[in-house]
Design a protein around this ligand. Structure first.
Ligand code: ADP
Length: 468
């Protein structure tokens, strides 16, 4: 499908942007640059939007705050909806009833972008796969940039970097709900788990939103998908792009997989060895799955097996996801992104025991029962922080020495006392961060600083001893 709007049609068009979120702002800027008349409507009050308001004024963008009234605005030719606004919100319904196209910021960016799009979606692993593909392409000297749901809107990327040949775009299911002509050459669906069901109501609706990533792909495009997942198999049965499978226990006929401890690809009728699994720079079977997705995507984009090996191997990982902060005889790992039980489980599976585990935070109500075997096997000490401490204590406290320590600084101090040489100290909270932090990034940053301070004070006392 051609773009829903050509750049000519955008000149002078009335574009309504719903929500002055980061992506809404990016869409407004890009559309304004392209000559559209841009109107922004935001539900939050003006007092919360000072820097956005200044920018709109400077750019000559008309805006209203404190609700979507739209009374002062002309009838829009199309509306851009922020991912935070549900597609069944009254304002979206109203626009659709009036026959106005309602699209996402990703869709808008795609009208302007002429390079190759690689789109990554799924419940887990999106950011890791996005960054891993970006890194591998750049190592191979391609002009690739990661953008989208990773915190750098696709629209901003289009404005900032005209010469990018490969846009590696992380796309959430919410953004996919409102794409129309967005057309990736390579799509990657990492997995589908039962997360995110609150807004999508049921699994089928959630899966359908994900399936929109294939909607505009053609026969000469590629869809990388995991093999062996019934739901994914059923929704991808009759898709148009060529299907490239990913498997952790064999090498699919058209795809990426593992055999004899090696990552191997089979995309051109022959088997190509990429590297040994134990040479991967980040741990865990989940990251092996992520590596396979990245390898498949990069091979489709014509990187050589050697270039792929180099890219996979030199990947530094993504901050806050099993990030090794330091190894001072004990390995200190920041996995602050683990905001649910599933992520805590994959972290425990991935790291070497014995583990001093720091967990807790804002409890999301899910049971910790599924962690019992792993905790018994690997965890030596459990240090609990924040609101969720009590339930951890109730459900896992009989298995290991458990202590509720309140906050992260005490947890790090205690861990420093308790962890023997060779142990792993793992911050993998299994809970949201909002009880004590702004977000998981802040929680991880604080942890990293506390751990580095420990190291500095170790060094200081050591050098102090020497000078005495
Ligand atoms: P997303 O962007 O989809 O949230 P990330 O790459 O940021 O994914 O990883 C977030 C967390 O999801 C990781 O800390 C890890 O616990 C888990 N995870 C990552 N990749 C996978 C995977 N392939 N399968 C299952 N869980 C994963």
């Amino acid at each position: 499908m051609d773009s829903m709007f050509s750049t000519d049609e955008i000149q002078g068009a009335n574009a309504l942007v719903l929500g002055a979120s980061r992506s809404g702002m990016a869409a407004a800027r890009l559309l304004k640059d392209a000559g559209a008349n841009v109107y922004v409507s935001e539900i939050r009050p003006l007092a919360d939007l000072e820097s956005a308001a200044t920018e709109f004024e400077n750019l000559g963008i008309v805006f209203e705050t404190g609700g979507h009234r739209l009374k002062e605005f002309p009838i829009p030719d199309f509306a851009v909806v922020s991912p935070g606004i549900p597609t069944n919100a009254p304002i979206v319904d109203q626009l659709k009833r009036q026959g106005r196209p309602v699209v996402s910021e990703i869709e808008v960016a795609s009208w302007f972008y002429i390079g190759t799009v690689i789109a990554i979606t799924g419940s887990n692993g999106k950011t890791t796969v996005t960054r891993w593909i970006e890194h591998t392409l750049r190592q191979a000297k391609l002009n690739a940039i990661a953008c989208g749901n990773i915190g750098y809107p696709f629209c901003d990327m289009v404005r900032d970097h005209q010469k990018v040949t490969h846009a590696v775009v992380e796309v959430s299911s919410f953004q996919l709900e409102t794409v129309t002509s967005f057309h990736p050459h390579v799509s990657v669906l990492t997995n589908i788990s039962e997360d995110h069901l609150d807004r999508h109501v049921d699994m089928e609706g959630y899966a359908k939103a994900k399936a929109r990533v294939w909607m505009n792909q053609q026969k000469d495009d590629f869809a990388v998908i995991p093999k062996g997942d019934e739901l994914i198999a059923s929704i991808s049965l009759s898709i148009r792009p060529q299907t490239i499978h990913v498997s952790l226990d064999h090498v699919p006929k058209m795809g990426a997989g593992v055999e004899d401890g090696e990552i191997r690809l089979q995309l051109n009728g022959q088997t190509e060895s990429i590297m040994r699994v134990d040479e991967l720079p980040i741990p865990g079977r989940h990251n092996l799955a992520n590596a396979l997705c990245a390898a498949a995507a990069c091979r489709i984009l014509k990187l050589s097996p050697e270039e792929i090996r180099e890219g996979l191997q030199s990947f530094p990982g993504v901050p806050h996801r099993l990030e090794v902060v330091t190894n001072n005889g004990r390995v200190w790992i920041n996995d602050s992104k683990a905001t649910n039980v599933d992520s805590l489980r994959v972290a425990l599976e991935a790291v070497r025991g014995p583990v001093v585990l720091i967990a807790g935070g804002r409890d999301k109500g899910a049971s910790y029962e599924s962690l019992r075997e792993l905790v018994k096997e690997k965890v030596e000490e459990l240090l609990l922080i924040g609101e969720g401490a009590d339930r951890f204590q109730q459900e896992l406290g009989d298995l290991v020495t458990t202590k509720s320590v309140g906050d992260l600084s005490v947890a790090v101090r205690e861990a420093d006392e308790l962890a023997e040489p060779g142990a792993t100290v793992l911050l993998s909270p299994g809970c949201a961060s909002f009880d004590q932090f702004k977000n998981f990034e802040e929680r991880g940053d604080v942890f990293r600083d506390l751990v580095r301070d420990l190291n500095v004070s170790d060094e200081v006392s050591e050098s102090g001893e020497k000078s005495e």
